[in-house]
Design a protein around this ligand. Sequence first.
Ligand code: NAD
Length: 358
Amino acid sequence: MNLSFEHVTLGQRVLFGTGAAAANLAAEVGRLGAQRVMVIAWDRETPVARTVAADIKVALWHHDVVMHVPIEVAEKARAAAAEAGIDLLVCVGGGSTTGLAKAIGMTSRLPIIAVPTTYAGSEATNVWGLTESSRKTTGVDDAVLPVTVIYDVALTLSLPVEMSVASGLNGMAHCIDSMWGPRVDPINAALGAEGIRALSRGLPLIAEDPSSTEGREQALYGAYLSAVAFASAGSGLHHKICHVLGGTYNLPHAQTHATVLPYVLAFNAPAAPDAAARIAAAFGTADALTGLQDLRKRIDAPKALADYGFTADGIAEAVAIILPAVPASNPRSVTVENLTRLLQTALTGEDARVLLDL
Ligand code: NAD
C-alpha cells in the first residue's frame, strides 16, 4: 500500500459503557447546555428510549420513523423540531432513527446525540440519506455527524438474533467495502480490519446466546469501527449496489447488505490481492471468501435477495442505475454483463465462488 495519503478523521465523542446510557446522556446534555431536547425513537424502541432519557428533560418525543427516510417523513419531523424550538436532537434506535435525526440536522444544523441499538453504524458517519419517489439520495455533510455517540450493550440485548446477524453483516460490509472504497488509506484499512476481527468474534457468540455480553460488546465495537472506516474510505461497489436495491425496490437494508456481501467479495477479491489478504488475516483464514462464508454459515446469514422481495425483472433496471455510480477505485472493471451475473447469483443465493472465475 502506498504510504503517501490524505486521511480525514471526523471529530466526535464516543462513550461506550454497559448500563451507562442514561447517565452518559444526562452528562452530555448538561455539557452541551441544551434546554429543549427532542428525542426521536420508533414506537418499538420507545420503552428503551424512555429508560435512556430517564435523567433528562424532554421537550418533544417524536415516533414517526420510516426506513430509508422518505422526504415527507423528514419534512414533518423538521417542522415539529422548528415549532418546538428544539436545540438538541437525541436519537435512540437503529439506522432508520439515526437517519431521521440526520435529516433534521441537515436543514436545521442542530447537534445530534446518537444512541444506537443496532450495528448499522450510521451514528459514526457524516452521510445522510433521503428517499423521494422511490429513489434514494445520499450525501455528505459534517453537520449530520452526531456530536456524541453513546454505546450501551444493554440496549442491544433485545435485538433479535436474525436482525443482529443481518445488522452485524451490514457492519462487516462497511469494513470489507472500505478496502476498495474511493478514499481507501492505511488508517481506514486498519480500522476496517479490526472491525472484521471484532464482528467475526462477536456475531457467533450472539447467534449462540443473544444475551452474551462479550458477543454484544465485540459486535457493537466492531460496528463503530466499521462505520469509521466506511465514512473515511467512502462507498465502494457493494454500497452502490445495496443503495440502489434498498432505495428503488424497498428491500430491507441490513438483510440486503448481508446477502450481497459475499458476491461483491468474490467478484472483487481476485483483482485486489492485498485487500483480500488483509480481509483473510482479519478472519484468520487462508482466503477472504472462506472467512466470510464460514462465518455466514455459523450465524445462519441471509442467503438470497429473492427472500426479500427482489425479482429477476428488476435486474436490468438495477444494473442500469448502479453502473454509472460504480467508483473508479473498484479493483475490477464492472460491465453490464458481469454486474448482471453478480445480481443473478445474489438473487438466487447461488454459491458466490462462481464469481471468482467470471
Ligand atoms: P432499522 O433502524 O430500520 O431497524 C431495523 C429493525 O430493528 C426495526 O424493526 C427496529 O424497530 C428494530 N430494532 C432496532 N433496535 C432494536 C433493539 N435494540 N431491539 C429490538 N428491535 C430493534 O435498521 P438498521 O439496519 O439499523 O438501519 C437501516 C437504515 O440505516 C437504512 O435506512 C440505511 O440506509 C441507514 N444507514 C445509514 C448509514 C449512514 O451512514 N448514513 C449507515 C448504515 C445504515
